[in-house]
Design a protein around this ligand. Sequence first.
Ligand code: FAD
Ligand code: MLT
Ligand code: ZN
Length: 475
Amino acid sequence: MSLSDQDLIKELQQLIGAEHVITAPADLEPYLLDWRKRYRGQAIAALRPSNTQEVSAIVKLCVANHIAIVPQGGNTGMCGGATPNSSGRQVVISLQRLNQVRAIDTSNQTITVEAGVILQTLQEAAAAADCYFPLSLGAEGSCMIGGNLSTNAGGTSVLRYGNARELCLGLEVVLPNGEILNSLRGLRKDNTGYDLRDLFIGAEGSLGIITAAVMKLFPIPVAQWTALVATPSAEGAVELLNRFQAGASAQLTGFEMMSDESLALLKHYYPALASPLAGNNPYEVLVEISDYESSEHAMQLMESILEGALESGCASDAVIASNLAQARKFWDMREHVPLAQADDGPNIKHDVSLPISAIPQFVDTCNAMLRSKHPNIRIINYGHLGDGNLHYNVAGPSSAETEHFFTTYSKEIQALVYAEVEKLNGSISAEHGVGQQKVDYIEGHRGEVAFNLMQSIKKALDPYNLMNPGKVIKL
Ligand code: FAD
Ligand code: MLT
Ligand code: ZN
């Protein structure tokens, strides 16, 4: 027989301490609402364990009482994956107190961290040991490495260093039955059967709770140069990318694109971040080159590639940041586009990836189809062009109309965009994951064979469907 909620809470309090079992409505509220304010749920409690054993004990108690668990890191996810459902029969397990850097091995170039370590803290711990941890995204001041791994986060340096999956060498995971899987080995080669680690990365908490990870470190680049480049079209932006890939190869560490409407939105909400480039450019691209030789070497490379691009016409204007503050401003411009969108109201969000060669066709076709049906919409198209990843977001004609536009046209516009993605062999989730936002699209997108395999894996690991149910895949 299951415990009553009151008795369950008492047992949880005994396991992790009363002050870490949050039930008061005002204290619980932040755990029940997602960053975009699109999903709100209910929970019996939010739990803040301090170590892996406590996480394991909570999971065992919840399984014994048929209580579903929603893992939560920094709660910056874009798909409602960390938000409980509305049943009030779930608990949130926050990893925020598992926040220790367990070890740094500079010779092996690895760092072992607990899941609740904030991404920026990880970057700073690496820097303090004279190393570089490259995962970087706008939410790095609050997202946590366990959340980054669970969403297989991308961000702005994927084209050089890979996404969270590629940066991870080992994991510690509390399984849906409460057992602890420890594979915290910092090995770059290990062919001893099925790769269990990769199952949990990108699983969005649906197969277990990541409690710690071994992550790769890199040498700190000697120099970085950043430029903002205007380009006349999506085709021009792709040609510019190809020129930088050919000319700079692995030294190309950032290639981010913003459309004119993204820049207009940014200028409206953050005037100090208006583009320094003249005119109303269809697209502007932020390019970053990193160098292990010298600052002069990097600068020469940047200048010579830009010269060629300006001559060819794929670039129409460019400014190279003359100091760190200006480089920071270019990054701030890019990173504030989602913040400007949040200020503006709801938008129909697409996090798509495509073969880079297909991006001009995708953008031109979708823009034309959408504008012919809704002439005054704003297409806030920006993203990680170097990874073939666009945040192709669609908003109503003005801020005042966003809510109405969102509720009326979300389904129709999403269907149109996703149909184009499928036609071009792309993905409907490049880096944000599935969560509850895209769960109904997964069967169609992945196809029957892959979907059945995913269901079999979920059932094998989580037979009672208690680990973040309703996210990623429905049973
Ligand atoms: P949460 O939001 O707390 O959780 C995300 C998912 O992971 C949920 O399903 C949750 O249940 C699960 N989860 C969390 N922790 C664990 C754990 N320890 N074990 C098992 N499951 C867990 N994302 C990108 O990829 N690239 C970007 O460039 C980017 N930029 C962003 C900019 C802004 C301003 C914001 C607000 C978000 C951005 N994001 C980006 C999205 C978000 O930051 C990432 O998805 C991030 O990886 C989520 O981490 P989190 O700790 O906040 O996870
Ligand atoms: C970004 O690239 O800025 C993030 O993924 C956030 C977003 O898509 O809004
Ligand atoms: Zn992104």
